[in-house]
Design a protein around this ligand. Structure first.
Ligand code: NAP
Length: 294
């Protein structure tokens, strides 16, 4: 990559941001396209968010991704927020255009991309979503877009489940389909679902020996059902290993990560993203990290 006087800036804000794989994936894409951009990790302390946004305007940053803890906090600083980001209540992609900051959320689109390869009549599928955090919000919005008639979110904290349910009040399309349920009811829900999504971090490295579900529970699910884990390292997780052993279709979080990034890059560069290059850059990094750690 040749950085010149004309090179334009993109990046990712978060705190911490060292763990982010976005610089790797986006710079691989920028290289492939020969675009005059560079994508930087931008650690922004939560108390310095306003200063950072003002500074980004001052230096002409073209756009940035947003990760924890800024996905909600960024919203008041934006001039326009897309409908999907407003429904999810979080922004992961920001761009500067005609003197204004715009924000959207590409996580729902990223989540849907690998699912669309599976021919299901989604109007008959009632997904079960494990966890009620930030990623669960994108998954719920995406399941709404698929046309699923009911979306069941299972969590461990009654208070957080209640808050989660209430937070969709302004999105009647979702609110009318959403049921929040305690973890204890999960065994009874499994025989009725063709899509089980893990949005908890249980099973993520370095706690990769764990699974949010007892392996035997996967056998309760219908033939052809999909088990989808948003975690992308390790590959596969214990959750997906057990689902595979039970004969289910499995998806991990790598493609969601790639596709949400590709959608952001297309907004910034206004041209198709080299999705295969982005995927390969992550795969080779994750494979070499796995080889060196064990
Ligand atoms: P988050 O906002 O912290 O939410 C995590 C959720 O998991 C919370 O509802 C939490 O429950 C629940 N949880 C945590 N530990 C649990 C346990 N031991 N048993 C049951 N529930 C538990 O995190 P997030 O941003 O949603 O991210 C969640 C996962 O998704 C992470 O592994 C992340 O890497 C992955 N992710 C992947 C992508 C992708 O592109 N593939 C994108 C986003 C996120 P409480 O609310 O009760 O604490």
């Amino acid at each position: 990559m040749l950085i010149k006087g004309t090179t334009q800036l993109l990046g990712v804000i978060g705190y911490p941001v060292e763990h982010s794989l976005s610089p790797l994936m986006h710079n691989a894409a920028i290289d492939q396209l020969g675009a005059d951009y560079v994508y930087l990790p931008l650690p922004v302390h939560p108390e310095r968010l306003a200063d950072a946004i003002a500074g980004f305007g001052a230096i002409g940053l073209r756009g940035f991704n947003v990760t924890i803890p800024h996905k909600q906090a960024i919203i008041p600083f934006l001039d326009e927020v897309s409908e999907v980001a407003a429904a999810i209540g979080a922004v992961n992609t920001v761009w500067y255009e005609q003197g204004q900051w715009h924000g959207t959320n590409t996580d729902a689109l990223g989540f849907l991309a690998p699912l669309k390869a599976h021919a299901k009549s989604w109007q008959a599928v009632c997904p079960v979503v494990l966890g009620n955090g930030g990623a669960a919000r994108a998954v719920v919005a995406a399941c709404g877009q698929l046309g699923c008639p009911q979306i069941r979110v299972v969590g461990r904290s009654p208070d957080k489940l209640e808050t989660f349910a209430e937070s969709w009040a302004q999105t009647p399309d979702i609110a009318s389909k959403l049921a929040v349920l305690p973890w204890e009811q999960l065994p009874d829900l499994l025989p009725e679902t063709d899509l089980l999504v893990n949005t908890t971090p249980v099973g993520m490295a370095p706690h990769s020996g764990l699974s949010p579900l007892y392996p035997a529970w996967f056998c309760r699910m219908p033939t052809g059902a999909i088990a989808y884990d948003l975690i992308y390292t390790p590959r596969p997780t214990q959750f997906l290993r057990a689902a595979q052993a039970a004969g289910l279709v499995t998806l991990d979080g790598l493609e969601m990560l790639v596709q949400q990034g590709a959608a952001a890059l297309e907004i910034w560069l206004k041209q198709p993203a080299p999705v295969a290059v982005m995927r390969d850059s992550l795969l080779s990094y994750l494979e070499s990290s796995a080889a060196s750690s064990g």
